[in-house]
Design a protein around this ligand. Structure first.
Ligand code: PEP
Ligand code: MG
Length: 907
């Protein structure tokens, strides 16, 4: 152990690199800050001389019961001698004192979580002589009292109040309000008071020996790795507990040595907009913490050009070198001590979503990074942020402080919405359309016949349901911000009000719904609203993403205008058109109900004949919008009762009529009630729906297939290239396909003959029942494509109701770690994913050309998209608004899993 090297000077980074290999290992050994300082030193950047005690030393110290490992302290002393040589100063020499800082620095930045001690090396003798040398005793005694205070609290563990109280009392006695009113004598007196505090609290004097100060400070920084703050932070940020912290001992430089000194913080590009322009603040004659603390008004960094032209020029040269070196925007700290510039830190800077995109594209265009790197630099969440209106972050902070967070639920559809609340779809639509109000529709949950209200609303809030509930799916589909399952909200539909935590909000009052975070606020919050076509940089980045991905991105769209939007967002096909949504339009629903109520096949056909022109027009619009691209149309899926009026409401009406003796229309209502009761199932999700309904009552899907092929033929004649793909839902056995598919193909070929046109088409199925996945080899004998319906597949694989689980137990399951994530949002790769993998493999054994996609909600989730890339999907399909996110995620999946990829470890 004694020959282990525990301490490295900032100028020894080559040696470290030779020993540990790649840069990531250098960061692990020296910590992020130490590695950055050493790397800057190597690049010839002026960094105050110093050294780093390694993370390995910290780990050894902690493992040996808080004892320095053999040889470490001797190496630290030797490094101090080297630092003295480099600076020409001497540690503890009153005539020419070297002062140092002692700062923590782990591999990953843990801002403010561990300890730092500044001005080490000051004592009574050095303070007196420095006061003379600088001619600025106020600065010197301010620095000295800071050391005594920091040493007392950080190193010796004395509570802060023990120092704060005497200072406050002193100022009060003098009639001072601000620290700036304190004179040199005042600070000198306070230094003495602080020393007395240490003596009183600890029973020994503040150490005058600088080496004793250094040793104790080093120990304190090591120990702070296991401090509560640091442990909590690591738990929250997912940082391993065995990495340890390095200790950086760095020569102090002072920005408060007169008007030719200063200090500042800057970014090499604007972190808010991404613009290539230095962005930052500085203060003349000040210390670093004064800039951050905002005690004095800071100056814009560009003003330094006139105030200290030489130092500013050097600063620009250095920061541009640093940016080129790290291939990224840097966040730097600097100090100018009597005209001489020193760099104290450099690291990749944090940025907004907009800046992330702009910088990535600019840097690729400048040749600083590759297009691949640019695509990896932006997260799918950042793209999401850019496409949905967002609440102003300052307003959110203020609202949180003022307690205006009203409720929290599942963040089902991102974006910010502000509006007046209404508790039913009709009223919501009326207030939005006729009274031009911004409306938030609030419901316990939504149903298909609420869609008109949801579409008219700016936002949706439900107290029940989860990420794949009807409200969530529809909201995402249409890009309406939505929070679901806010179970603390109690909705009273009778009195038209809701309450949460004792606060009542009445119909017509304002709330703000944040679908990105799941927060609901009282009142109106300010928002910002972006548009994709205006976001030139994002469009460029997505174009590059498409060039790099293997997976295509398609969209779930039911109406031509959604298809157009999907296409303009870059979708290369429609992966799911839920045809039943078209049945809910006001002109059609009565026909659908007639069809359901008729007792004979002839009666059904008559009603369906009336529906056919509507469906044909719908499909024609879709083919038109997607000219040249595939369009997957799913045949009717839900159970029929969903198209019927609410049973309870109808029963109430019937009872009321009976009680009042009203007979007009009673018989019809009674008949309707009986029919609805006849359709009742205990478990409708596992009941008469999907392909089962088609076999039980084939007339509906026969009409749909006719409408699809007539529309396709008509559009072909107009010169549109159509690629219809007919999707049969909820298949569980190949026998179902054997029964239905040939009948439907007969209709398809018959229509093409009638119309005298030919075009390519496919028949395929959804894989959303576990049995279908398991017998995929058989199913692929008939199905020409598979589309994973992972909403149902998740529901049926786990046996969790997709409509209730999130409201009841799922949130707790995730909180307790029973499930890593909500499986209705992010695909369960081990279970549901395994079924998918098996289905793709078995399916392609039977039919090598099998087209495979996904159209459940997971199709827009980046982690799930990566999995779809790995199992060999051809495409993912998601709501139009998520298409850009999915395009980026598809490219990132391809880059991460390219053989030999340097991005492979990021996962
Ligand atoms: C699915 O089950 O994943 C699916 C896309 O179908 P739906 O959500 O309409 O049941
Ligand atoms: Mg389904």
């Amino acid at each position: 152990m004694a020959d282990t090297k525990w301490v490295y000077l900032f100028n020894e980074v080559d040696e470290v690199e030779k020993k540990v290999g790649k840069w990531d290992n250098v960061r692990a050994l020296l910590g992020g800050k130490g590695a950055g300082l050493a790397d800057m030193t190597r690049a010839g950047v002026p960094v105050p001389p110093g050294f780093t005690v390694t993370t390995a030393a910290c780990n050894a110290y902690l493992a040996e019961g808080n004892k320095f490992p053999a040889g470490m302290w001797e190496q630290e002393l030797a490094a101090m001698k080297e630092t003295e040589k480099l600076t020409g100063k001497k540690f503890g020499d009153p005539n020419n004192p070297l002062l140092v800082s002692c700062r923590s620095g782990a591999k990953f930045s843990m801002p403010g979580m561990m300890d730092t001690v500044l001005n080490i090396g000051m004592n009574d003798a050095t303070a007196e002589s420095l006061a003379k040398m600088t001619g600025d005793p106020r600065f010197v005694f301010d620095s000295y009292r800071r050391l005594v205070e920091m040493f007392g609290s950080v190193v010796l563990g004395i509570p802060d109040e023990a120092f704060e109280h005497p200072l406050a009392e002193y100022k009060a006695k003098k009639g001072y309000k601000l620290d700036t009113e304190m004179t040199a004598e005042d600070w000198k007196a306070i230094t003495e008071t602080f020393k007395a505090v240490i003596k009183r609290e600890k029973g020994f004097d503040f150490p005058q020996d600088p080496y004793e100060q250094l040793r104790l400070a080093t120990e304190a920084v090591f120990g702070s790795w296991n401090g509560k703050r640091a442990v909590d932070y690591r738990n929250a940020a997912g940082i391993a507990h065995d990495l340890g912290t390095a200790v950086n001992i760095c020569t102090m430089v002072f920005g408060n040595m007169g008007n030719n000194s200063g200090t500042g913080v800057a970014f090499t590009r604007d972190p808010a907009t991404g613009e290539k322009k230095m962005y930052g603040d500085y203060l003349i004659n000040a210390q670093g913490e004064d800039v951050v603390a905002g005690i004095r008004n800071t100056e814009k960094i560009e003003n330094l050009a006139s105030e200290m032209p030489a130092a500013y020029k050097e600063f620009l040269d250095i920061t541009s070198k640093l940016e080129n070196h790290y291939h990224d925007m840097q966040d730097v700290e600097f100090t100018i001590e009597r005209g001489k510039l020193w760099m104290l830190q450099t690291r990749s800077g944090k940025r907004t979503a907009k800046a992330a995109v702009t910088m990535a594209v600019d840097m690729a265009n400048e040749g600083l990074i590759s297009k691949e790197e640019a695509v990896m630099r932006v997260t799918p969440e950042q793209v999401d942020t850019l496409l949905h209106p967002q609440f102003d972050p300052k307003a959110v902070d203020a609202a949180k402080k003022e307690g205006r967070i009203y409720a929290k639920g599942v963040n089902a559809s991102p974006g910010a919405a502000v509006g007046q609340i209404y508790f039913d779809a009709d009223k919501a639509e009326e207030m939005a359309k006729e009274h031009k109000q911004a409306v938030i529709m609030v419901r316990p949950f939504t149903k298909p016949d609420d869609v008109h209200g949801m579409l008219a609303a700016k936002g949706i809030l439900t107290s029940e349901g989860g990420a794949t509930s009807h409200a969530a799916v529809v909201a995402r589909q249409f890009g309406v911000p939505c929070v679901v399952g806010a179970s603390m909200v109690k909705i009273d539909l009778e009195t038209r009000q809701m309450s949460a935590n004792g606060v009542v909000v009445k119909e017509g009052e304002w709330i703000s719904v944040d679908g990105t975070t799941g927060n609901v606020f009282l009142g109106q919050m300010p928002t910002t609203a972006p548009k994709l076509e205006e976001q030139v940089d994002l469009l460029t980045l997505l174009k590059w993403a498409d060039e790099l991905s293997r997976l295509q991105v398609w969209a779930n769209a039911d109406y031509p205008k959604d298809a157009q939007r999907a296409r303009s967002y870059g979708a290369k096909g429609i992966g799911l058109c839920r045809t039943e949504h078209m049945f809910f339009e006001p002109a059609r629903l009565p026909i659908v109900q007639d069809m359901i109520l008729s007792d004979t096949s002839a009666g059904r056909t008559e009603a369906l004949d009336k529906l056919l022109p509507f469906q044909r027009a719908d499909f024609a619009g879709l083919f038109n919008a997607m000219d040249g691209y595939p369009v997957i149309i799913r045949l009717i899926d839900p159970p029929l009762h969903e198209f019927m009026p609410d049973e309870e409401k109808l029963l109430e009406e019937v009872i009321e009529m009976r009680v009042k003796g009203e007979t007009k229309g009673l018989a019809e209502k009674e008949k309707l009630l009986a029919s609805i009761r006849g359709l009742h199932e205990s478990n409708p999700m596992l009941g008469l729906r999907g392909v089962r309904l088609s076999i039980y009552m084939p007339e509906i899907v026969e009409m749909q297939v006719r409408a699809i092929f007539e529309a396709a033929a008509d559009e072909t004649k107009k010169g549109i290239v159509v690629k219809p793909e007919v999707m049969i839902p909820l298949t569980g056995t190949v026998k179902e396909l054997e029964w239905i598919q040939p009948r439907l193909i007969r209709i398809a070929t018959q229509v093409m003959e009638e119309k005298g046109v030919q075009f390519d088409y496919k028949f395929g199925t959804m894989i959303e029942i576990p049995r279908a996945a398991i017998t995929a080899g058989e199913i692929a004998k008939l199905a020409e494509f598979f589309s994973f319906g992972t909403n149902d597949l998740t529901q049926m694989t786990f046996g969790y109701s997709r409509d209730d689980a999130e409201r009841n137990f799922l949130v707790k399951y995730v909180a307790e770690g029973i499930l890593p994530k909500n499986p209705f949002q992010t695909l369960d790769q081990e279970g549901v994913g395994r079924l998918m993998r098996m289905a793709v493999e078995e399916g392609r054994k039977t039919r090598p050309s099998l087209e495979v996609g996904i159209c459940g909600e997971h199709g827009g989730d980046p982690d799930s998209i990566e999995f779809c890339h790995l199992v060999g999907n051809n495409y993912v399909s998601c709501s139009p608004f998520r298409v850009p996110i999915a395009r980026l995620a598809a490219a990132q999946a391809a880059l991460k899993h390219k053989p030999g990829s340097s991005y492979a470890e990021d996962k």
